[in-house]
Design a protein around this ligand. Structure first.
Ligand code: SF4
Length: 330
């Protein structure tokens, strides 16, 4: 029933899709691991940036799942530096260790076992199965969800929407070429069936699309805008040591950060820089001051030799602060 639409989609993919991305041509026994790393890295970061800056050095240092499992967490965090959302790196590391303990050093090739790994959700599990193990499963990310909602005119408020989309992805799957079909749908959502103003006239699925004349009814509502917040941080350098905060638990565990000031209201310290940073639902304006030890929030405070700072895992915000203060030669 879908054959003409499958063919139109693959034809479009061959000429207009991102077919040249190196991660679309992974082969051999290590492919599931390589897919896994690329999928986790690109969860919150554009794929172009991931492939330019982060993926090659990570794979060079951690070429296999076993190598990743053996590595120290600190080394993994250093390789992740700049990508942010470090929970992803910690989960990747933990998953590699679980795979070594329970699955003979390989990623499992079944859905339930993959979903049991920390940080592996429906999308990632199916991406590993399809793009790594070449299995015929539907792969539903945000781009594909948007296409399917519109293509089948589905109500975005449907109960169990995620399950419904997964079922539709399977119903629409091209069993002759699930790999390219899924990659093509991802690209179609990213390049043509965009959140605002989809280019329906260029879409290979326009003949089949049931929702194209009422996009508002078949699109997920926009996310609410992020919340602006301001926080004040202190750079304290004394006797060749830099004072940092390093939590043992929580979102920023094992990451070194420029510490918050004890006082967040009335500040009379020299302002060094101001940095903007977005995380979760916040838009942070970070103000950075020259501070003494007494000015710093003492929670989780540590001191490290300034010369070691470069090789210490840092939060994305701390990297931005370093860049804003080049004269301090961090
Ligand atoms: S016809 Fe338009 S709305 Fe439908 S899938 Fe294509 S781009 Fe999206």
């Amino acid at each position: 029933m879908f054959e003409p639409h499958h063919n139109a989609l693959l034809k479009w993919y061959a000429t207009s899709g991102r077919i040249d991305l190196p991660i679309r041509h992974l082969k051999g026994a290590n492919a599931p691991y390589e897919v896994y790393v690329s999928e986790i890295m690109s969860q919150q970061t554009q794929i172009g940036v991931v492939l330019d800056k982060f993926y090659p050095p990570f794979l060079k240092a951690m070429p296999t799942l076993k190598a990743l499992a053996r590595a120290k967490l600190e080394q993994v965090l250093l390789l992740w530096q700049g990508l942010g959302y470090y929970a992803r790196a910690k989960n990747l590391h933990k998953s590699a260790q679980i795979c070594c303990e329970k699955h003979g050093g390989q990623l499992p090739n079944d859905y339930q076992a993959l979903r049991a790994l920390p940080g592996v959700g429906d999308y990632t599990a199916n991406a590993i199965l399809c793009f790594g193990y070449k299995q015929a499963v539907g792969v539903v990310d945000a781009n594909v969800s948007r296409v399917l909602l519109r293509l089948f005119a589905l109500d975005p408020k449907s109960p169990n929407l995620a399950k419904l989309l997964q079922a539709k992805a399977l119903e629409f799957l091209n069993l002759d070429n699930p790999f390219d079909h899924n990659q093509a749908l991802i690209d179609l959502g990213a390049l043509v069936c965009t959140p605002a103003n989809p280019a329906c006239l260029l879409c290979p699925l326009q003949q089949a699309c049931k929702g194209k004349h009422d996009l508002k009814s078949f699109s997920v509502a926009k996310k609410p805008p992020s919340t602006p917040i301001t926080k004040h941080y202190g750079v304290c350098l004394q006797g060749g040591f830099l004072y940092l905060s390093c939590a043992k638990k929580g979102l920023y565990a094992h990451l070194h950060q420029i510490p918050l000031l004890k006082e967040q209201e009335q500040i009379h310290l020299p302002l060094l820089a101001q940095v903007r940073h977005s995380y979760t639902k916040y838009r942070l304006s970070a103000k950075i001051y020259e501070a003494t030890l007494a000015d710093l929030d003492p929670t989780d405070l540590v001191k490290i030799p300034l010369k070691d700072f470069k090789n210490t895992p840092k939060s994305a915000l701390s990297l931005k602060i370093m860049d804003a203060l080049p004269h301090l030669k961090f």
